[in-house]
Design a protein around this ligand. Structure first.
Ligand code: COI
Length: 343
């Protein structure tokens, strides 16, 4: 297993000893697209990619990716969580970026092949093997600013991970940004590197100036999502989140949390809501972020217009814990896979 030179030990309680996403299994799988065809799947040692400096991705940002996890089951087997949904979203991102559409059977085969090669590197739950397919435009043509890349490379990396937000039971600090957008309207649903890049300066500023973990983007008061996860308001009987539209990422974990919440008899409400409602809700209720990396992480405080507002006692709330436990139990095979999410 390889570790990037910058990787540092952060916490022995964090199921792998290194920060999220800095340790890699020795192998990756890779295919190329050229002349209208995808190549056979290759298995390679993880290492530098041969890329021409004129590659489309390096100039015009033709890149998208996915993030999903394989879990070690309680009974010793290994299963991938909602592989089909992640592959569908990957294809949608490719379509939005005018990249060659990777066939689902090829992507699934690449992922399964890699998981089989990395079996010994999969940590016990709640740790997991994070799987990162990435698709990039590789046509060598700096004149192609207004044309899609006719060539592409698709590769999958595997990384043993623990918690993304390693805060123990402490809630996250979230800065509410009510002026700026996370990404271009209509493009937020793409899992494109460019969307994360466009949110970055706000996240860096929020961390530096307010010690915040993330930024909740709420342009004109409309509560959307954070720089790397979807957003929920939760109380003893309800779960409130924004309905799907093109402006934000259609989280697979978001969908899983909604399904589990309905199963646990929460009233799930998908509607637009405002920052004022968030402030009102947290007087008595909870807030949480969801994502493959974040799972379901509780918010402990919000920073808004320079003031800090605590959520409950500042730790992850009981309903957030209940839903997060239900998700983690299903993912690791401790409860029945009643929705057919593990494969
Ligand atoms: C994920 O949750 O899979 C993401 O892509 C977020 C990233 C910050 C790790």
């Amino acid at each position: 297993m390889k570790e990037t030179p910058s990787a540092k030990l952060v916490s022995s309680a964090n199921h792998t000893a290194s920060p999220f996403g800095t340790q890699f299994c020795d192998h990756m799988t890779l295919v190329r697209f050229a002349d209208g065809r995808w190549s056979e799947v290759e298995t390679l040692p993880v290492g530098p990619l041969p890329l021409h400096p004129a590659s489309h991705v390096l100039h015009y940002g033709s890149s998208c990716f996915e993030g999903m996890k394989a879990f070690r089951m309680q009974n010793g087997g290994v299963r991938i969580f909602r592989l089909d949904r992640h592959v569908e979203r990957f294809q949608r991102s490719a379509e939005l970026l005018c990249l060659p559409l990777p066939p689902a059977d090829i992507v699934e085969a690449m992922i399964r092949q890699l998981v089989d090669l990395c079996l010994d590197d999969i940590p016990e739950a709640p740790g997991a093997l994070y799987l990162r397919p990435a698709l990039i435009g590789t046509e060598e043509n700096i004149g192609a600013a207004g044309a899609p890349s006719a060539q592409a490379m698709l590769y999958v990396l595997a990384s043993p991970v623990g918690d993304y937000f390693s805060r123990g039971g402490h809630g996250l600090t979230i800065l509410i940004e009510d002026q700026e957008l996370r990404s271009t309207p209509g493009f937020g649903q793409a899992k494109a590197g460019g969307n994360y890049a466009s949110a970055l300066r706000h996240v860096v500023k929020a961390r530096k100036e307010h010690g915040a973990d993330q930024v909740l983007f709420c342009p004109n008061g409309d509560v959307q999502e954070t720089g790397a996860s979807n957003f929920f308001l939760i109380n003893d009987s309800q779960l409130l989140t924004k309905p799907l539209d093109a402006s934000f990422l259609h989280g697979v974990t978001r969908d899983s949390v909604i399904t589990l919440a309905r199963d646990l008899n929460y009233d799930v409400i998908e509607r637009d809501f405002t920052v004022a409602e968030v402030m009102d809700w947290i007087q008595t209720g909870e807030a949480a972020l969801s994502g493959t990396a974040a799972v379901l992480s509780g918010v402990g405080s919000f920073v808004h217009k320079g003031a800090t507002y605590k959520v409950g006692d500042g730790s992850t709330g009981p309903n957030t814990r209940k839903l997060s436990d239900a998700l983690r139990a299903l993912q690791s095979g401790r409860t029945e896979d009643r929705f057919g999410w593990l494969s």
